[in-house]
Design a protein around this ligand. Structure first.
Ligand code: 7XF
Length: 399
């Protein structure tokens, strides 16, 4: 881009930021640098690069030119200083956790998290001496009460996967700031197009770029966006020496391609989800729809303040609970029965037995989502086809 000092709009940044074709033979798309290692002109150059005294690539676990373009673009979109791209969302999360925490530290986490994030915190991290408190962060007062001398990090998603609770990022960030605790927000559901946690006071944003950022269900990737100082630590300690979860250059290229249409896709996901949420809510077989664009959403006012549009994810409960939910899932023809989210295809799944099977029954009850909850990732198909598909599957349920 000719003049990056001028701040361009979101779509322009998503298409151009950090890449100048004229530096690469005019190639419209960035080259995919399929190279694990990099030659040095002299041995001293290599030593200087390893010592951090000279700029330049040494090995693709730590840096790759294609990946660097993606990283600068993600930082520009999230309005952060720097970014680190990773091999998956879980790679991003663990790069942050292993880098910042040590035995004896504690994380305060919202009680509703993606299943494997919960699995890590509830079932595994204790082995390394790190404590976790799960707290309902929808009320910021709960955070104030939970933070103690050992707390180093607060972790939340908003909206939460799968049940669409919202956390007030600015309110939580203020408490974290006064307590000297780092706030990590998983912004996967919103993407920076709908919500930018760093501008609301969060310290670190993580993503599963497998979802909307990539947007086509053809890759796994993740990202961390934060201050340059923190990102350097996540790169040179977290990825380089602790978890090795570096992204491949080819997947970085695919995420860059996906980003070019992020705003268009999100607009469509949001518009269709809004209409489907109303349709579903009006159906007699539906007990409850969780979507922040509905007046019935308990945190509608916060959603309007914090998100620029309401996203493409819907959760619902049917009258008839789990049995009805399973029959509904089996009745759809256009939507695909699959986990993951943010793809062109509408995806429908059952959190309790799939994405969130890491919560056992007692944990599901304690953490506040039901066995009957169904999750819909609204895709880019024609609204009318999706409406007809979902409504006819509901109509086909035994009453
Ligand atoms: O390691 P991944 O790229 O799959 O990302 C992990 C992850 C992190 N944060 C959030 C909010 C996520 O939703 C995910 C992955 N979730 C998928 C889902 O909920 O369908 C994974 C399929 S099991």
């Amino acid at each position: 881009m000719p003049n990056e000092s001028k701040v361009h709009g979101f779509a322009t940044r998503a298409i151009h930021y950090g890449y100048d074709p004229l530096k690469y033979h005019g190639a419209l798309n960035p080259p995919v640098f399929l190279s694990s290692t990099y030659g040095f002109d002299r041995s001293e150059t290599g030593s200087d690069r390893f010592a951090g005294k000279a700029e330049g690539y040494v090995y693709s676990r730590v840096g790759n030119p294609t990946v660097s373009i993606l990283e600068s673009r993600l930082a520009a979109l999230e309005e952060g200083e720097a970014a680190l791209a990773t091999s998956s969302g879980m790679g991003a999360l663990t790069a942050v956790i292993w880098t910042l925490l040590r035995s004896g530290d504690e994380i305060v986490a919202d009680k509703m998290l993606y299943g494997c994030t919960f699995g890590l915190l509830e079932h595994h991290i204790g082995r390394f001496g790190i404590g976790v408190q799960f707290v309902d962060l929808t009320d910021p007062a709960n955070l104030r009460a939970a933070i103690g001398p050992r707390t180093r990090m607060v972790l939340t998603e908003t909206p939460s996967n799968p049940n669409m609770r919202l956390v007030d990022i600015a309110a939580i960030a203020e408490i974290c700031l006064t307590s000297g605790v780092l706030l990590v927000v998983d912004n996967t559901y919103c993407t920076p197009y709908l919500q930018r946690p760093l501008t609301l006071g969060a310290d670190i944003v993580i993503h599963s770029a497998t979802k909307y950022l990539g947007g086509h269900g053809d890759l796994l990737a993740g990202a961390v966006i934060a201050s340059r100082e923190l990102v350097d630590q996540f790169r040179f300690v977290g990825i380089k020496e602790l978890n090795g979860a570096c992204i491949s250059a080819f997947d970085a290229f695919l995420v860059l391609r996906g980003l070019k249409t992020l705003n268009l896709r999100m607009d469509r996901h949001c518009a269709t989800a809004q209409r489907l949420a109303h349709d579903l809510e009006a159906h007699p077989m539906v007990a409850r729809v969780y979507y922040p664009g509905l007046d019935s959403h308990l945190q509608r006012a916060l959603a309007l303040r914090q998100m620029s549009a309401m996203g493409g994810m819907i959760a619902l409960e049917l009258k008839g609970g789990l049995a009805a939910g399973r029959a509904f899932m089996d009745g759809v023809r256009v939507a695909t029965r699959a986990v993951s989210l943010g793809d062109a295809e509408t995806l429908i799944q059952h959190p309790a037995s799939m994405t969130h099977a890491t919560y056992d029954q007692e944990e599901r009850a304690r953490h506040g989502f039901t066995d009957g909850l169904i999750r819909l990732s609204v895709g880019l198909e024609d609204y009318e086809d999706l409406r007809d598909d979902l409504i006819s599957a509901l109509d086909g349920l035994p009453r």
